[in-house]
Design a protein around this ligand. Structure first.
Ligand code: ADP
Ligand code: ASP
Ligand code: MG
Length: 412
């Protein structure tokens, strides 16, 4: 039997009616001749609620218990969907991560999938099971404890199953009908893309477009999984949604394919540090050791042997970064006059593989932001993207201005 992976996110399984709606969609694919592996998220809001409970009982929580608690939302939806399918006469069974098993690293809260042995599922499919409903987001650490894959991790569960079970396709059902040129919640001019390359999707996801978890796109690219994003609230057919595929499969594309934004950014500046060989290492080593994910970095030109060093990191890591820098100062490995944290910034990026062969994208981007009076604080570029840090109050304005400047309302 050909196999298909279908993944349903939180809003798609938010209540019993929606779970029935999902069951009908799954049943249709069974009738089309597929053995189906369905990956489900927790009901919308559930994971946030569980995380909130953990935080309120223990702010510096034990990550093993965090995973034991936060993974539980998916167990409920997996069981409910299996029951809904049985009510529609579809032979279905729920599977928690450890039952499959989904073997992961022991990095609790951000574990990576290492292996999915398929023998257990294969045996049940051979016995007549038509649908395996797998709880997304969960795994099993080498020491036998439950892990989770990081927020949005059910997307990664889905792609990993598609690769392991050699599924024909991995369909990600969500609350939008595909991948858009920008978050449709930010600009109503955003257009749905029929196709997008793995590389562009990877950049968009890592730069804040949370429609797919970054790791899921990495896996899809590595194992050449045909990945499709589509709506669980609309009727769909073979050509619905957005296909994430090889760039060779895309006939024509714009220089810029999309604009991404990330609200969760902070900018930190070490004022007046000594400009000497080894200063960057002396700053960024302790940050790395403290688990701070540094993204953008700028060093100003120096005056009288002193310079300012600026970097960005996620907002919730600011306290950790401050502590690491103060400790390094106390130890004497670095010296600075002041440490300024600005939590009111956001990152806006334009992404497109066309940038490899077209000059002037950055200039056009800066011009469009200047025309709106948006000041740029930090800039970084790579082969297929340009990112800027700007004040958070300009987030919507900046996304819209760039969407207009690169004529993305003509995209398809
Ligand atoms: P799910 O719960 O189904 O996993 P998510 O909330 O994680 O859904 O992801 C879907 C959301 O991603 C959309 O509602 C949309 O607001 C957001 N999003 C951000 N950028 C984009 C984009 N470029 N295209 C489509 N959706 C996007
Ligand atoms: N329920 C988890 C979360 O909210 C995983 C997921 O939905 O992908 O992050
Ligand atoms: Mg998601």
């Amino acid at each position: 039997m050909p196999r298909l992976v279908m993944k349903f996110g939180g809003t798609s399984v938010a209540d019993i009616d929606r779970i029935r709606n999902v069951a009908r969609k799954v049943k249709r694919e069974v009738e089309n001749g597929f053995d189906v592996i369905v990956i489900v998220s927790a009901m919308s809001g559930k994971t946030n609620e569980l995380v909130g409970w953990v935080d309120s009982i223990s702010p510096l929580y034990d990550a093993r218990e965090y995973d034991a608690i936060v993974s539980s939302g998916e167990n409920v939806t997996a069981g409910l969907l299996a029951l809904a399918l049985q009510e529609y006469d579809v032979p279905a069974r729920s599977w928690q991560g450890w039952q499959v098993p989904v073997i992961t690293t022991s990095a609790h809260g951000a574990a990576r999938i290492e292996d999915i042995p398929t023998a257990n599922l294969d045996a049940k499919f051979a016995e007549g099971m038509k649908v395996a409903v797998v709880a997304g987001f969960q795994g099993l650490a080498p020491d036998g404890r439950i892990t989770t894959l990081g927020r949005g991790g059910s997307d990664t569960t889905a792609v990993a199953f598609a690769a392991a079970m050699q599924a024909q396709r991995c369909d990600i059902y969500t609350d939008v009908d595909g991948v858009y040129t920008a978050d449709p919640r930010i600009t109503d001019k955003a257009r749905k893309l029929n196709r997008i390359s793995y590389e562009e999707m990877l950049e968009l996801a890592s730069l804040g477009a949370k429609v797919l978890q970054t790791r899921s796109v990495e896996l899809a690219m590595r194992y050449r999984v045909r990945l499709r994003v589509l709506s669980s609230f609309e009727e769909s057919n073979e050509t619905s949604g957005t296909l994430v595929c090889d760039e060779e499969e895309i006939m024509e594309s714009n220089v810029v394919s999309g604009v991404a934004h990330s609200r969760d950014e902070a900018k930190m500046t070490l004022v007046s540090v000594a400009d000497r060989p080894g200063i960057a290492a002396a700053i960024f080593m302790p940050l790395a050791e403290a688990g701070v994910n540094v993204d953008m970095i700028v060093q100003n030109i120096s005056e009288d042997g002193r310079t300012d060093m600026t970097f960005s990191c996620p907002t919730n890591q600011v306290a950790r970064a401050e502590k690491a820098m103060e400790a390094a100062k106390a130890k004497g490995s670095i010296n600075f006059r002041d440490l300024i944290a600005d939590k009111n910034v956001c990152k806006i990026s334009v992404v497109g593989i066309g940038m490899r062969s077209h000059a002037g994208v950055a200039a056009r981007m800066f011009e469009a932001l200047a025309a709106e009076g948006v000041n740029i604080k930090v800039i970084t570029t790579s082969e297929i993207k340009v990112s800027v840090l700007v004040d958070r109050k300009y987030m919507e304005l900046a996304v819209q201005a760039l969407h207009d400047a690169f004529e993305l309302d003509n995209a398809a």
